[in-house]
Design a binder for this molecule. Structure first.
Ligand SMILES: [Zn+2]
Length: 451
């Protein structure tokens, strides 16, 4: 069979692995490229596969860089199955509708303000395209082998990271392919530790933090200090986070700290049109996280969930100290940009970056000390204080990734390191050789490998 690396090869976004066997043509993940322009432009390029022959797509989890290309694929004629666990599909639904809306809005804004080189600027896909993709979702239970045909079967195994996230095992042509998806942490506050595969012939392993160990940080202390500083400065603490990234963990911690009286009760907002929907997924799929009903309820109650864009402006203009969680986490789009455009120039603003910041994103520029960043075609001076806290990441570090594969006894025939920037992937490759003695390779984008 052939494996085509159509995304997340030598980079972290655009996850798409195309499998072409004698009998079947499958895709594992169908993500959007994000980050630098060169990558984003790939979303508009020809996808080298025969869409009509593609039978099924397996989604590891609901993040945009794993599901965000689905509406485009459906628009181009995909008619097969889209498999995922129930919470993954719920999250994917929320994310796709949001992504389509953002794209429609951005195209409209570009046309209004005339900053696009294309005239008229068109969205990659529309809300209607997203709805069509969502109608094709087919949920499958976690942990059970499912026969796709007499030649193929598959299984989803929980992997931490975010609600519903799984690794995917696929048996095809007598080979067992294992896709790690995004690996969570062994000691996550909200998610259970990843389940591990016991064997693999062809292993695909992510490497987002392949070259790093998360610092032992006291997250409660970081949040406490920043909230107290914000109160003192009468400013705003902005925590960029996608509603389905670390938002629930941060909400949980802030609720707990204010409940205990460690931080004063100041207004806290989750500004995300998706926020309410994601919280409902948390309420509904209790077996997928560590919180009990009451904790989820109280945590949700302690935040104002902002849905309408006009409320965003009310929050910005509001007097007094406040905390705002808004997406996107890497500042590539979303409501957080409106806050930053207005508040980044104020020195009473504190920004806490909590997730991975991909190359070329505004988040990465801020992290690296940029003095100004471009938002909606304008340069905004950075007078705010910028902080980061990696231990809130939904991604495991090098050790978590290595641990995830420690139950595999026999060396896989092939190990592919994906979903990482070159340096991180290469460090992961070396580490796998050191620890397990397996020779791994780092596929290039659009590379085709025969196995
Ligand atoms: Zn992810």
């Amino acid at each position: 069979m052939e494996i085509h690396f159509l995304g997340a090869a030598e980079t972290v976004t655009g996850s798409k692995y195309f499998l072409k066997s004698q009998q079947h043509q499958f895709l594992v993940d169908c993500g959007l490229f994000q980050g630098i322009k060169k990558l984003r432009q790939l979303n508009w390029q020809y996808l080298p596969l025969e869409i009509k022959k593609l039978e099924a797509i397996f989604l590891t989890h609901g993040h945009l860089d794993h599901v965000g290309y689905l509406p485009k694929l459906v628009k181009m004629g995909f008619k097969g199955y889209i498999f995922g666990t129930e919470p993954t599909l719920k999250i994917a639904e929320i994310i796709l509708l949001d992504s389509a809306k953002i794209q429609e809005e951005e195209a409209a804004q570009a046309n209004k303000e005339g900053y696009s080189k294309h005239s008229p600027a068109e969205p990659l896909y529309t809300i209607d395209d997203a709805k069509e993709a969502i109608a094709m979702f087919k949920s499958v239970p976690e942990g059970e082998w499912i026969d796709y045909s007499s030649e193929a079967r598959f299984r989803f195994l929980t992997v931490g990271h975010i609600i519903g996230a799984c690794s995917v095992q696929l048996e095809l042509e007598n080979k067992k392919l294992v896709f790690s998806g995004d690996i969570g942490r062994d000691d996550d506050l909200l998610m259970f530790a990843p389940k591990k595969p016991d064997s693999a012939d062809i292993l695909f392993v992510e490497s987002t933090y392949g070259d790093r160990l998360h610092k032992e940080e006291n997250v409660e202390q970081v949040l406490t200090d920043l909230v107290l500083k914000t109160v003192k400065e009468n400013g705003t603490l902005i925590i960029p986070s996608f509603a389905v990234e670390r938002a629930q963990t941060i909400m949980y911690l802030l609720w707990k700290l204010s409940e205990e009286g460690t931080i004063p009760k100041i207004p806290m907002f989750l500004d995300s049109p998706m926020g309410a929907g994601v919280l409902k997924v948390f309420e509904k799929y209790e077996e997928w996280h560590k919180l009990d009903k009451m904790e989820v309820y109280k945590m949700v109650e302690s935040f104002h969930v902002v849905q309408e864009y006009r409320e965003t402006w009310e929050v910005i203009d509001m007097e007094g100290p406040k905390v705002v969680i808004a997406g996107s986490g890497m500042l590539t789009g979303g409501r957080v940009l409106t806050y930053l455009k207005q508040l980044l120039k104020k020195d009473s603003t504190n920004v806490l970056l909590v997730g991975y910041q991909a190359e070329g994103t505004r988040g990465r520029y801020l992290l690296e000390g940029a003095k100004e960043i471009k938002i909606y075609g304008k340069y905004i001076p950075v007078n705010a204080s910028i902080y980061s806290c990696n231990s809130l990441s939904a991604h495991g570090d090098q050790e978590d990734i290595l641990n995830w594969m420690n139950k595999i006894k026999d060396a896989p025939e092939k190990v592919f390191i994906v979903h990482g920037e070159v340096k991180a992937a290469d460090e992961m490759r070396r580490k796998i050789k050191d620890v397990y003695g397996w020779t791994a390779t780092i596929p290039e984008l659009y590379q085709i490998v025969e196995v």
